[in-house]
Ligand binder design. Structure first.
Ligand code: AKG
Length: 423
């Protein structure tokens, strides 16, 4: 590079000196030098663009339509310096603005049922902003044909984990029993006595069933897949409940975006817009029990049988309430407390998403739980693309954490096979 600059300079001197032979040689020499300089310049710019400098990557991706990033409600934020707080008000005002772009009669404080929804409208109006029921995805999945007979035929003796409640919800006991025992008793329940098969690993460990859960274009951007396999959260939890069974009121692990596909039956939902934690009696300092540790945000309140004396503030909480029918897919935004109630025997699959709309929320939870130190993030972290930031965090997880994740999954699988009662 140094030599080439010298060479071009020498050519320039010859060129202005007026010697014709020398001039011709100098011209050729100079042209070669210029071309070389230009080449190096172009290469440097390209390298700059593709380097880890996220700003340039972002500029490039706007210029190059194939790489256009999803529009995001996340502000650019340096999670290396301080803890990240999702700005729900901002997300809602973005939603309000975007709603004007589309010709749809939105239900202002309720849940829209949508079919033929474009990915763009989903991102702009719902993703990490407001819940939505998608009506035209689940019916295309093979899983929507699953029946008790099918499971009895193929998985009768396989053990599944469940919660059995006799009395108030907090009196529930965790059990692992053969599937046929659960199915034999599936119609025996009432308001005070019910059973809920909630198994994180049953579908996860049976790829032949997993593939019956089809694709959904709204959930394809999947940053969890950038993590080492042993710490990727189990996906596709099987939820099979007797009538009256219910989940707790909670925010999902890592505060991810949750999904719930009802295959048969009916669920009632209560969903709480963010910012009401002080009314919800959230239990603090509990851990989620996933391979990559995280906090658990569960409330003590059973919103379908509220003990008003014990939880007087709860009546001030505002929520949206609706029913989800078989064939509908609910997408629950980050930060929304939610509780489901199965009003009849109901089979569903829940799942999760980490994507460009919520990745900072999830990364914050990963850091907060102590999986990596904030200070171990590289100085240029905030300039990386969203994917680059997630990959960097994933690469900083220690071998110990990866091994712990692997062992936890193995331990739970063993427990399910061996013991009847689970902690
Ligand atoms: O269907 C249910 O019981 C609710 C499940 C749920 O909220 C979840 O998986 O996070």
């Amino acid at each position: 590079m140094k030599n080439m600059n010298k060479c071009s300079l020498k050519s320039l001197v010859f060129f202005v000196s007026g010697n014709r032979v020398a001039n011709r040689a100098a011209l050729t020499d100079m042209a070669t030098g210029m071309v070389s300089l230009a080449t190096v310049g172009v290469i440097s710019v390209i390298l700059g663009i593709f380097s880890q400098n996220g700003r340039l990557v972002k500029i490039w991706s706007y210029l190059w339509p194939l790489q256009k990033p999803e529009p995001s409600v996340l502000d650019s934020f340096d999670i290396r310096n301080s803890s990240y707080q999702f700005n729900y008000d901002h997300a809602h005002s973005v939603r309000q603005e975007n709603m004007h772009k589309y010709d749809f009669k939105y239900i202002p404080r309720g849940v829209d049922r949508r079919s033929n929804l474009s990915l763009q409208e989903f991102i702009e109006v719902y993703d990490s902003k407001w819940p939505v029921l998608i009506t035209d995805v689940v019916p295309t999945w093979k899983a929507s044909n699953w029946t008790p007979e099918f499971f009895l035929q193929h998985y009768k003796d396989d053990r599944v984990t469940m919660k059995a409640v006799h009395g108030k919800m907090d009196s529930g006991k965790g059990l692992a029993l053969p599937l046929f025992l659960f199915l034999q008793n599936i119609h025996k329940s009432d308001e005070m006595m019910w059973t809920y098969l909630e198994d994180e690993l049953f579908l996860h460990t049976r790829p032949e069933l997993r593939k019956d859960i089809g694709d959904c274009k709204y959930l394809n951007e999947d940053f969890f897949s950038l993590f080492p396999p042993s710490v990727i959260p189990w996906n596709a939890m099987m939820l099979w409940g007797t009538a009256h069974s219910r989940s707790s009121l909670h925010i999902d692990p890592y505060n991810w975006t949750g999904t719930n596909a009802v295959l048969s039956g009916t669920k009632k939902w209560k969903l709480f817009p963010p910012g009401q934690d002080h009314l919800l009696y959230v239990v603090h300092d509990r851990r989620c029990g996933f391979p990559l540790d995280c906090f658990k945000y569960n409330s003590e309140v059973d919103t379908f049988a509220v003990d008003e004396e014990r939880y007087p503030l709860f009546k001030q909480a505002r929520y949206i309430e609706f029913e989800q029918k078989a064939g509908e897919l609910l997408i629950i935004p980050t930060g929304w407390f939610h509780q489901a109630y199965n009003s009849e025997v109901t089979l569903a699959v829940s799942s999760q998403v980490m994507n460009s709309q919520n990745y900072l929320v999830v990364l914050e939870e990963i850091i907060k739980a102590g999986n990596i130190k904030r200070s171990s993030l590289p100085l240029h972290f905030a300039t990386l693309s969203p994917k680059g930031q997630v990959k960097t965090v994933a690469s900083l997880l220690s071998p110990d954490i990866l091994e712990k994740g692997q062992k936890l999954t193995e331990k739970i699988l063993k427990e399910v096979q061996g013991n009847v009662e689970r902690s």
